[in-house]
Design a protein around this ligand. Sequence first.
Ligand SMILES: NC(=O)c1ccc[n+]([C@@H]2O[C@H](COP(=O)([O-])OP(=O)(O)OC[C@H]3O[C@@H](n4cnc5c(N)ncnc54)[C@H](O)[C@@H]3O)[C@@H](O)[C@H]2O)c1
Length: 252
Amino acid sequence: MSQQRHGSTPGNAPGDRAGAVTAFPDLPEATIARLPEYLRALHNLGEGGADTVSSEGLAAAAGVNSAKLRKDLSHLGSYGTRGVGYDVALLIEQIEYVLGLDQRRAVCLVGLGNLGHALAGYDGFASRGFKIVALFDADVSKVGEEIQGLTVRHIEDLGRVAVEENIAIGVIATPAGAAQTVADVLVDAGVTSILNFAPCVLSVPANVDVRKVDLAIELQILSFHEHRKASLTALPGGRSATAAGNQEAVGS
Ligand SMILES: NC(=O)c1ccc[n+]([C@@H]2O[C@H](COP(=O)([O-])OP(=O)(O)OC[C@H]3O[C@@H](n4cnc5c(N)ncnc54)[C@H](O)[C@@H]3O)[C@@H](O)[C@H]2O)c1
C-alpha cells in the first residue's frame, strides 16, 4: 500500500478544492474528534525533526490504538507507505484541510468573568488556527476593559461586530441563565458554530453546531472509572480492603 495524496480519494485534496466541495469526506464523529489529537501529535513530531512516522508511532504519540488510527486516516484517503509510514508534513496538511484549519476562523467570546478572562488571555488558540477577534459582556463595568489588546464591547454591539469581523464561532462563558439569550444573539448575528461552557442545553436552529465543554461532566466520567476500578479490585483476589474504601468514597 502506498500513501495517497489528497485527490487519490475523492474530495480531500488541498490542491483539488473543487473536488472536495462535491465529495467532502463523510467522517464518523469519533474520527473527527480524534483528528485534532493526531494533528497535535504530528506537529510535535514535525517540530522534533521527523519526516515520516509509523502508524504505531503516531498512535502512541496521540494516545490511541494503531488499528483505530489506520481506520481513521483511511477515511482521509491516507494509508501510509509500507515500511516508511506516513509523511508527517503531508498528513498535517490533509488533516488541517479536512478540519478547515487552512482558513483562520474568527472567534468571539461572550462573558468576561473568571473563565472568559482566562480564555481571552490564552495565546494558544492562534497557533491552532483560531483568532479571538472580539469580546462581549453585558456588564457595563466590564465594557471598555482591555484584555490581550482587545477591548470588551457591550453585547448589544455583537450583531454589527459579527458582520464586520466575519465571526464564525461564538464562545459562551456566561452563567447558564444567560446562555440561551446569548446563543440567540449569536444566531441572529449569523454565527453558525457555538462553543458553550455554560452548564445548560441550548436550543438552536438545525444549521447551527453547538459543542459543549463541561469539566464537571469529565470529572463525573472519571469518577465512574474510579468507581469501576474500585469495584473490580474488590472482587476475590483483588485489593479488596483498599478497594472497598475507594468504592465507598467514590460512591458516596
Ligand atoms: N465548562 C467548564 O468546564 C466550566 C468551568 C468553569 C465555569 N464554567 C461555566 O462558565 C460560565 C462562566 O463562569 P465564570 O466563573 O467565568 O462566571 P462569572 O460570573 O465570573 O462571569 C460571567 C460573565 O458573564 C457576563 N454575562 C452575564 N450575562 C450576560 C449576557 N446576557 N451577555 C453577555 N455577558 C453576560 C457577566 O457580566 C460576567 O462577566 C458559567 O456558566 C460557569 O458555570 C464552565
